[in-house]
Design a protein around this ligand. Sequence first.
Ligand code: APR
Ligand code: PHB
Length: 389
Amino acid sequence: MRTQVAIIGAGPSGLLLGQLLAKAGIDAIIVEQRSPDYILGRIRAGILESVTADALERAGVAERLHHDGLVHHGIELSFGGQRHRIDFQALIGRSVTVYGQTEVTRDLMAAREGCGARTIYDAQDVSVHDFDTAAPVVRYRKDGQLHELRCDFIAGCDGFHGVTRRSVPDSSKRIFERVYPFGWLGVLSDTPPVADELIYASHDRGFALCSMRSLTRSRYYVQVSADERVEDWSDQRFWDELRSRLDARAAEALVTGASIEKSIAPLRSFVCEPMRFGNLFLAGDAAHIVPPTGAKGLNLAASDVLYLADGLIARYQHDDATGLDTYSQKCLRRVWKAERFSWWMTSLLHRFPDADDFALRIQQAELDYLTGSPAACMSLAENYVGLPY
Ligand code: APR
Ligand code: PHB
């Protein structure tokens, strides 16, 4: 079998790349180790920068996003019993859209099926070869048979635990990493959100986040220690802990109900440099991870994919390789700024187990400065809504 671009992974990165290439008449096959149902069962964040919404528009999959997405003009920070609004619209004239990543994935899968592009789901033992030559190969097993897919380029869109980054020799890549000593316990519930906008709460008991998927579905998180087990968290325990970290008004307004998903995610910052190895290009979580505090994961994946799609389109349509040659450099500039922002927001709002009194006072002073300074608010706002592409 042969294709122009072999895409490994059918998460948002792989599916978006597939759609942008299909629109440009470039042939791509996606090889994914899981089933569509498994992929659609994953619950992830749901804040889209305008750059990401534009990318989905360009891919022709923004209809439901426009219909069901909630435009948010700001967020609230909660600490010391008070809430402080950061008004993105007033500060920088921009906003974000609340629309679940699962829904983005669903829309992209439907569009891919609609245009007849090929996705090989449930592929086992996926491996990538010869990407330092002009004739890369992907091998996988499906229904007990070995298959070989020849291509011009491989796009590694297979997430943090994928095979593509691991196939690059250690001597050719450099890893930058920070693992945080806590995780986020998340609950999804069919209850109305506690407030109109997201609340990021810093509390002595730890960080909490009130988010949403729609006007009837909420997503909440509390910071937990890294060794916490989800089995030890009944719904009641979760709601009590969340309520204890909110200001009185939010605690009062919180509507609780049965959880429809509950899971713990570790927090990590991670970057692999470079993002190109010959004819293998890494995109999205395969190349970098951010802690979810800044809501940047999906948005970074989308901007990588835009750069990669444009590079591939210029190469196929005009025999111009400049976009591919500068891919890694362009992505990493944007990636590192989002890494910085996500690390900063994480440091600002969480309780670190080793923080001494000095560190706590600095954190309080920073929150006080931030909410009292239009310049500091503007800096948060422009990073949160997304730096220019
Ligand atoms: N072979 C084939 N597919 C694989 C392999 C493999 N060896 N390993 C992983 N995959 C698949 C996974 O099953 C998954 O469907 O690659 C896909 C990667 O998807 P994501 O992890 O969602 O990564 P990405 O598409 O880059 O999306 C980034 O996801 O984790 C969030 O915060 C992140 O929002 C961001 C987004
Ligand atoms: C979410 O809705 O899941 C969400 C929102 C904002 C974040 C992280 C997660 O910063």
